[in-house]
Write a protein that binds this ligand. Structure first.
Ligand code: COA
Ligand code: ZN
Length: 329
């Protein structure tokens, strides 16, 4: 059953931000730039290049300016960066990002752990950041963490989530990313959250962002798309995670999600073979095995040679038929 019917989906790569921030090995700046330049030709709508966070909080991305300054920008690809506060916004503007991806958590505990501010303090800081971006005509997306649950608080009520979205909508942001920071979402919840958000805020561009911590990332992706979400964050190789969210593991893997969506008849615009090649480069960079599966297994119609003694097996099976016939005559 093809459900996609060619529906266009916009694919955002977050490996170079959500992924690299979680790696224990510092990925050299030149390698980050080469990886982003390689990704730029693969069909992405957006690449989250880096974050403009404190080097103490996220040492892996302390080279944000240099990376943003030296990548080759391909027309049509939006090069975004994560911004947590006003200082980050100024750095992002100096680096000529195409979009601010400002961040805040729907959970008070996670916001304090991750950003060292209450949600109200984040909202006030981000109002200044959003004003700064709008003055410079730079679009703003809000990544709302822990929308589907918080690893420290448990359930995060939907009403509260919608309330935060409303406050940001009132400040004129362009889009909201519904982030499942530690893979707590499940498909029926995803349907409910996405359907409510899309119905209540039709003017906002919604993105879904899933981590595969409990192996529900792919089915949650299907639930989001079937609920009408057309923008998806994912991470090459399935690397990723928030260092300030206990138990966080990787995002859904780009090659796995793109493979699934293409099988289902969606138009992702992505070069799947190119992704598999890029994943091999990424594995060499991070120096550990990647959780993604399609880069290992190949696409579903990858054909393998039959067993070495196949000719003999086939002959014996045929001989069995002939033997039966001889017995019957
Ligand atoms: N970029 C660079 N440096 C920054 C910065 C930014 N955006 N914001 C603050 N700093 C620096 C300050 O200059 C100060 O430096 P100093 O110690 O050399 O004087 C230091 O960081 C502390 O500043 P302060 O304003 O007290 O920040 P904080 O310690 O309360 O941390 C954040 C707040 C938001 C900056 C920090 O928690 C952060 O960067 N978090 C990001 C978390 C993240 O990206 N998580 C994963 C993605 S969800
Ligand atoms: Zn994430």
């Amino acid at each position: 059953m093809d459900t996609g019917n060619g529906t266009r989906l916009l694919i955002n790569e977050v490996a170079t931000r959500d992924g690299f921030q979680m790696e224990s090995r510092f990925i050299p700046t030149d390698d980050k730039i080469a990886m982003i330049d390689c990704l730029s030709s693969l069909g992405y709508a957006k690449i989250e290049v880096t974050s403009f966070t404190s080097a103490k909080a996220i040492p892996a991305l302390r080279d944000g300016e240099e990376v943003m300054g030296r990548i080759a920008r391909r027309p049509g690809v939006v090069y975004t960066a994560l911004v947590p506060n006003l200082r980050g916004g100024e750095r992002a503007l100096d680096s000529r990002v195409d979009e601010f991806n400002v961040v805040m958590s729907a959970s008070e505990t996670h916001n304090l752990a991750n950003l060292r501010m209450t949600r109200a303090q984040s909202l006030a800081q981000l109002a200044e950041v959003i004003a700064l971006a709008r003055q410079a005509a730079v679009p703003v997306n809000v990544s709302l963490s822990c929308v589907f649950g918080c690893p420290m608080e448990g359930e995060v009520p939907l009403d509260g989530v919608l309330g935060w979205i409303e406050r940001f909508a009132g400040q004129g942001v362009n889009g909201i990313t519904l982030c499942d920071t530690t893979g707590m979402a499940y498909p029926t919840q995803v349907q409910q959250v996405c359907a409510s958000a899309l119905a209540r805020f039709p003017a906002l561009d919604f993105t879904a962002h899933f981590h595969n911590t409990r192996a529900m990332g792919l089915v949650n992706t299907v639930a989001a798309v079937e609920s009408g979400v057309r923008r998806l964050d994912m991470s090459l190789g399935g690397i990723g995670g928030c260092p300030y969210a206990p138990g966080a593991t990787g995002n859904v893997a780009t090659e796995d999600v793109v493979h699934m969506l293409q099988c289902m008849g969606y138009d992702t615009g992505m070069d799947l073979d190119g992704l598999v090649g890029a994943a091999a480069r990424l594995e060499a960079l991070v120096q550990h095995a990647l959780p993604a599966q399609v880069s290992r297994a190949g696409h579903r119609l990858t054909r393998h040679a039959p067993p070495a003694d196949f000719a003999e097996i086939a002959l014996r099976a045929k001989a069995r038929d002939q033997g039966t016939k001889e017995l019957q005559t």
